[in-house]
Design a protein around this ligand. Structure first.
Ligand SMILES: [Zn+2]
Length: 387
């Protein structure tokens, strides 16, 4: 028997859809009906009255390194992925890509093993696949990545890791030797190549674009800025509409005016909100830790390198990011909810499965307080999961 769930009194907001007092019906983990009709009196196993709360597509974070003092690259903590999955669930994330740092091969293999271990019994948010951030980056655009582990693009290494756990995205610098071919090699295997930690000039980027690269890792951060005689990677992001640009919407990595500019000038269907969260995420201020061997301190909500002060990643929660975008841009929620889930799903070839509160889609839902956007409940595959 398929488990039937009814969610009543929902304010459903999904790409292009905004329905007050809606009823969402779920059967066998999928949404079977979204309507304005009152909830059926019987015929269900679970009935949840959300009392006017927002019901949005469960968030998908394609770029997250850690939370609660755990990092995807922790070799000694086999619970690192489960801990991150639990933290992600608390943000309303129903799927995420555990994201590695620029590290040695053995560490990356270990990370993949830990992902595979969690996938045996995924009790919280779903780990869809790995996002390798580096190690194939430009040593001049490290941000908080460790230069000791930087190396040239190597598809064989990616495929070796992918045998242990699927690799869905690789962030790398396309100007590195073999960078354009690497994009083609990734695309051929259904892996999203993404330019990041890159010092490429516009012309240096284009060969990889021509080979199918359509994704930018944390747009504006650790890439060549816009200049009127060399538009760089930031210029590429504004000039080329079909580049999926990751944006850290914490109002720190991009100031509110830059967020406004990005949302005003880039097509909404090609923006993907990410957290780029670190192990200090979900932890109090003052927390000190190492990131790939580099000391970092969390202060005033900003995670910065102890030496030099570079931003190291964020402590952003996905639900807060959605609120930030709404507050900063003033755009309708039904337009911007696509940047927190559906765009990511489309990018991974899952656009007909994930990212919408619509009939036929997987019932991955976040229930949010309509004012604070605080997460009240999360449904994964139609089942309410505790965090
Ligand atoms: Zn990152």
């Amino acid at each position: 028997m398929k488990q039937k769930t009814v969610i009543a009194n929902a304010h459903v907001v999904s790409p292009g859809v905004d329905i007050l007092n809606a009823t969402v019906e779920i059967s066998g983990g999928r949404i079977t009906k979204v309507s304005k009709k009152p909830a059926p009196k019987k015929g269900w196993d679970t009935f949840v009255d959300v009392k006017g709360a927002l019901v949005v597509p469960g968030f998908i974070d394609v770029h997250t390194h850690g939370a609660l003092d755990r990092d995807v690259c922790d070799e000694d903590h086999s619970d690192s992925i489960e801990t991150l999955a639990k933290a992600k669930l608390a943000e309303g994330c129903t799927s995420f890509l555990p994201t590695t740092l620029t590290m040695g091969h053995k560490t990356l293999v270990k990370a993949a093993e830990h992902c595979a271990l969690y996938a045996e019994n995924p009790r919280y948010s779903k780990a869809l696949g790995l996002h390798l951030e580096g190690p194939y980056i430009n040593p001049k655009c490290l941000g908080a990545q460790n230069p000791a582990f930087v190396r040239k693009p190597d598809i064989r290494e990616v495929l070796e890791i992918a045998k242990i756990f699927p690799v869905l995205q690789v962030s790398y610098a396309p100007e590195m030797e073999g960078g354009a071919k690497f994009a083609a090699d990734c695309v051929k295997r259904g892996i999203v190549p993404s330019c990041g930690h890159t010092g490429a000039k516009f012309a240096e980027f284009m060969p990889a674009y021509e080979k199918g690269l359509r994704h930018m890792t944390h747009f504006c951060n650790q890439m060549t800025p816009l200049h009127h005689r060399e538009i760089g990677m930031v210029g590429a992001g504004f000039l080329i509409p079909d580049l999926d640009t990751e944006v850290i919407c914490d109002k720190i990595h991009l100031c509110p005016d830059m967020l406004r500019l990005v949302f005003a000038r880039r097509p909404l269907e090609h923006i993907q909100m990410i957290t780029d969260s670190l192990r200090c995420s979900h932890l109090p201020d003052g927390f000190e830790f190492e990131l790939g061997g580099i000391p970092v301190k969390l202060q005033g909500g900003e995670a910065r390198l102890v030496n030099g002060g570079n931003l190291a990643g964020s402590t952003l929660w996905m639900n807060q990011g959605l609120k930030n975008i709404r507050d900063v841009t003033g755009l309708p929620l039904k337009d911007i909810v696509r940047v927190t889930a559906w765009n990511q799903a489309i990018g991974m070839g899952l656009g007909d499965q994930l990212g919408k509160v619509e009939k036929g889609f997987v019932a991955d839902l976040a229930v949010l307080d309509p004012k604070s956007f605080k997460v009240r409940a999360v449904f994964v595959n139609g089942e309410q999961r505790e965090f």
